[in-house]
Design a protein around this ligand. Structure first.
Ligand SMILES: [Fe+2]
Ligand SMILES: [Fe+2]
Length: 340
């Protein structure tokens, strides 16, 4: 394995060895895509080192070589939804835009001064927060702190991979003006809210603070509401209708207790996972994938799979899944094994 090095070529080689490609870097990786049910697995070591090195040699923002700085799994884009990882260095701000696909984020680490800006409102970046920029909402990211901000992006393809309507700010302004009061979304999307127009378009930006997710998992754990196929699983509900996060993507958090082994199931939706706490294994059609904190991995549609937590401590996974779209369109199916 090579080092992430000091040049674009070194970084490209390092990323390719970890089955990753970087925005603004050459797309054709030197490593061939892998095959097999567990091929879509990218280690935190590759993601983190690749991001940190990208932060030093790839410039972003209105005058940079790319609008954002990210690393993406070579195999990730063949899925209908996918995750990548992004880094914003101290002082940087990405260029604002809006487009016709959903952009969603899970914060890995960030200084307290770093913010997402969406529809003229700022959202803090606390570890474990999920922040949603629905289709056609203006968004940019701003790191006002002194350490890098790193997050995971979850995307859909806008259901037309060939066309993505993409628009800059009026008058070509590079950034959004933050003109909404702090916590506007949090204060107006709860049980007290303005009378909505139907159907809402675009959907409002949404933030799911980690402390709320953690509290929900803890409450269900106390109530012993564990599912044999999922452990303790919650979705981050849409504040608009109480359904899944977005029409295309459900964000989910999942707690697997110490020594827990789930039963196998399969479904024709796609799941992308991020290892948030602890470690574990997922077995996909007999192939074992060991994951560690920070890893990203995917479960392809219609493959039997189950989780194992062999440790004496809990593990927590975040995931995105396209079951909302599949169900709505009448294509969703799930099968559950009664035993191994
Ligand atoms: Fe974007
Ligand atoms: Fe599953």
């Amino acid at each position: 394995m090579s080092d992430a090095g000091t040049t674009h070529e070194d970084l490209e080689r390092f990323l390719a060895e970890h089955h990753l490609v970087g925005a603004g870097l050459r797309r054709e990786g030197r490593a061939w895509p892998r095959t097999g049910n567990t091929a879509a697995h990218w280690s935190w070591e590759g993601i983190y080192k690749g991001l940190m090195r990208s932060g030093e040699i790839v410039t972003v923002g209105p005058n940079g070589m790319t609008g954002m700085r990210s690393v993406t799994g070579i195999e990730a884009r063949k899925f209908p939804i996918w995750m990548n990882a992004q880094i914003l260095m101290p002082g940087e701000r990405t260029q604002a835009h809006r487009n016709l696909r959903s952009e969603t984020r899970l914060v890995c680490e960030a200084p307290k001064e770093a913010i997402f800006v969406c529809e003229y409102e700022s959202y803090p970046m606390e570890r474990g927060d999920v922040v949603i920029s629905p289709a056609w909402t203006f968004h940019d990211h701003w790191n006002l702190g002194s350490t890098p901000a790193i997050w995971i992006d979850g995307y859909d393809n806008g259901y037309n991979p060939n066309v993505n309507v993409n628009e800059r700010m009026p008058d070509d302004a590079p950034y959004e003006e933050i003109r909404k009061p702090a916590g506007y979304g949090q204060r107006t999307l709860g049980l007290t809210r303005p009378i909505p127009t139907e159907p809402p378009f675009p959907l409002p930006p949404m933030r799911y603070p980690w402390k709320d997710t953690e509290a929900a998992l803890a409450a269900m754990r106390e109530a012993e509401e564990s599912d044999p196929y999922e452990g303790i699983l919650i979705m981050l509900a849409s504040p608009v209708d109480g359904g899944p996060t977005l029409p295309t993507i459900a964000w989910q958090a999942q707690l697997l207790s110490a020594r827990q082994k789930t039963l196998p199931h399969r479904h024709n939706s796609t799941s992308f996972y991020f290892g948030f706490e602890g470690e574990g294994a997922i077995v996909i059609e007999g192939e074992r994938l060991e994951w560690h904190k920070g890893d990203i991995f995917a479960v392809p549609a219609w493959k039997w799979h189950h989780h194992e937590n062999a440790k004496n401590s809990d593990s927590i996974l975040f995931s995105i899944d396209d079951w909302p779209a599949m169900k709505k369109l009448g294509f969703y199916m799930k099968e559950e094994a009664k035993a191994f």
